[in-house]
Design a protein around this ligand. Sequence first.
Ligand code: F3S
Length: 427
Amino acid sequence: MKLSDYEKAMLDGAHGPAKQKAMDLLVRYGNALGAERLVETRNVAGTIGATTPFMRKFADEKGGLDAVFSEFNLDSAEVVPIPPVEVYSSHLQQGIDPEHAAQQGVGEEVVRIFRKGDAYSAGLGVQLLNTCTPYQVGNLPARGEHCAWMESSAVIYINAVLGARSNAEGRESTGAAMLTGRIPYWGYHIESERRGTHLVELDMPIESMSDWGMLGYYVGDAVQDKVPVITGTGLAPSTLKLKHFGAAAASSGGVEMYHIPGFTPEAPTLEAAFGGNRPREVFRFGPKERQSVYENLNATARDPEVDFVMLGCPHYSIEQIWEVCRLLQGKRVHENTQLWIFTPRATKQIADQNGYTKIITDAGGYLMSDTCSALGRVIPKGTKVAAVDSAKQVHYLPAIMGIQAWFGSTADCIEAALTGRWKGGLR
Ligand code: F3S
């Protein structure tokens, strides 16, 4: 791999042992990918600190969080002192919400370690956005900006909706990028790799949020890790709908980039979306496909009694919280059901100030941050049947937690929270 003088100096250890380990990792990783060089990045979103029970034990035994960073972010068995990050870096979602530890069944010791991890990250200069949607709370890369982001739903969003450039990176490569401002130049950093490969034509209007989630789930399953181009969507989709669409497509397949000609920034026309190439395959999405996706997403659900409603995958925006509050205001969550809504930390502050947190808690629900049920494996004790409004969450939650889960609209989910029963359906 070709390296600049500065990169060579980092690799030779001239800028300290941590950067030497980081460069060593990036070179090994880049070589394995066949990357010819590294690219400069000034925007990293990743994970550091002891986020799992195994890492907490590791930190205790090896003497702290530098050991965790060395081993799990730099792939180095030798513990090296970790300096402040070189470039703007945001922390992604974590394993718990320290403000709702009791509800999530998390002990004081874990909260203490969590807070230590937060302080460690802040000390390195990592911004504690603690969300899977950094783009909703201030980390909004520009078109063409080379980024190193983890979290599949965020990567597909910044690639397709913003026109920024990132592959779905891992904990190791983002850790190394934080310290060096470099990431291998391959995949979606390269213009020609971003062109469409498969065409998806719509035979029906796609309007609601759950329709966009189901369409995303269909598209991911159909094209796997390729670049779909979707036509026939009608009205301009909102950013919230694209957030749901992308999260679903990245779950059922491994989609990291897509185009909607006329709407997404790198596809002013269908021709531009494909960059002059012909689609390798054409798919059609209509009522039959929609029905089949709906049945697939509800495959684990049998019992109508719902004991847990989980909203906020990807983390809810303030607009979505506001909409939930309009459905919830003045009502009470059913005594046998729990309602948990997840949002970025920063959005929760706005919700507090706008009175939305109070509306939710007065109704008997909780507005949580920093984590989610599938990622943190946090659900109310004894949950057997959940209801969610996210195709991504219903893809993961039943398998991870061994429960049933219904998928439907946000209104279906709120109704289930208020009545304790699932009455949703495909409308
Ligand atoms: Fe975010 Fe959890 Fe969904 S991390 S995208 S809310 S699975």
